[in-house]
Design a protein. Structure first.
Length: 342
């Protein structure tokens, strides 16, 4: 079964084709980072318009890379939510229009399920069940994953997600957008322990997170350094190091607690923050010390992409062959709790 995936939930347009017999045949991606950088964050209307411009050329590229014709596709999956409403509507319209033109069934896919299953695209995928740390954009969650559609929420953020804290703290340091990669690079030049920042909810006794206070602590430290003189580059690097160390400590500690609570020995990291080098190093060290296995998506599939949507659609259709439809009216779900999936 060959499944086309369309991703357009935010600021990446992704098209991919996944074959259940041969794996990923081809994928094409366009990031809008350069366009939104001027504004310091994603502008929803600009994002939607850019998806319109990019979708069909990316579709042609993915088909060419796959070496198949559009008519050979068996089904089409698209991101139904959550995400920006206008951006989601573009992807849904493209997918459903293509489905109607080709007389192929379509299926709406949960964006976070795509991230959650993306490590299964790796050469050495994890087996079910596993604990997943999902750190994508406005979401930071710990899930127990027993199979496709079998998700149990173990803990989640009560305010800012990790990705939001990265972006907001980077902006406070004058690093621009996107903030996550920039603050992580700067942290490499910071002195360990030079700036001590809080580890919110580290000892809360549950598996929830909170990162709003960490962002506020970064703001306070920046203002303290600026009060004496203009903050120097080393000062910024030290704050960045303190911030990254704090957020990594919390994510690792909560992940270890989730493994202990569930009794599982496999941990999957999914979402954009899963590309963070400091987080990967800390988790790898913990896994070696404590005897569990940790799995990551390929770096190309950490951020939003069509491959994860094509794969999630294929997995859903293998489990529920009648889930796809040939009714081409569509809606989107900008807010859609993952635990509602079955």
């Amino acid at each position: 079964m060959k499944v086309l995936g369309v991703e357009s939930s935010c600021d990446e347009t992704g098209i991919a084709i996944y074959d259940t017999a041969r794996g990923l045949l081809g994928h094409a991606l366009h990031s809008q980072v350069a366009m939104h950088e001027e504004y310091g964050g994603v502008v929803p209307e600009l994002a939607s318009r850019d998806h319109v411009r990019r979708a069909l050329p990316l579709l042609e590229q993915a088909l060419a890379d796959s070496g198949i014709a559009a008519g050979e596709i068996d089904a089409i999956g698209y991101t139904e939510g959550p995400g920006l409403a206008g951006a989601l509507l573009v992807g849904a319209a493209v997918a459903c229009s293509l489905g109607m033109a080709l007389d192929k069934p379509v299926i709406g896919i949960h964006h976070l399920e795509g991230h959650l299953l993306s490590p299964l695209l790796s050469a050495s995928p994890p087996a079910f069940p596993f604990v997943a740390l999902l750190v994508s954009g406005g979401h930071t969650q710990l899930m127990q994953v027993d199979g496709v559609g079998q998700y149990k929420l173990l803990g989640e953020t009560v305010d800012d997600a990790a990705g939001e804290a990265f972006d907001k703290s980077a902006k406070l340091l004058g690093l621009g957008y996107p903030g996550g990669p920039a603050i992580s690079r700067l942290a490499e030049f910071g002195l360990p322990g030079a700036c001590k920042l809080p580890r919110p909810m580290l000892h809360s006794g549950d598996l929830n997170f909170s990162f709003s206070g960490l962002k506020t602590a970064v703001l306070t430290m920046v203002r303290q350094q600026e009060a004496g003189s203009n903050i120097c580059e080393q000062g910024k690097a030290d704050i960045a190091r303190g911030f990254v160390d704090a957020i990594v400590d919390v994510l690792v500690a909560k992940s270890l607690a989730a493994l202990k609570a569930s009794g599982l020995k496999r941990l999957v990291i999914a979402g954009g923050v899963g590309a963070n080098a400091q987080l990967r190093a800390a988790l790898d060290a913990a896994a070696k010390k404590r005897g569990f296995s940790v799995y990551y998506p390929e770096l190309a599939f950490c951020t939003d992409n069509g491959a994860m949507i094509a794969f999630a659609a294929a997995m859903r259709l293998q489990k529920h062959p009648d889930a796809a439809r040939r009714e081409y009216g569509f809606s989107v779900r900008p807010r859609w709790p993952l635990e509602e999936l079955g």
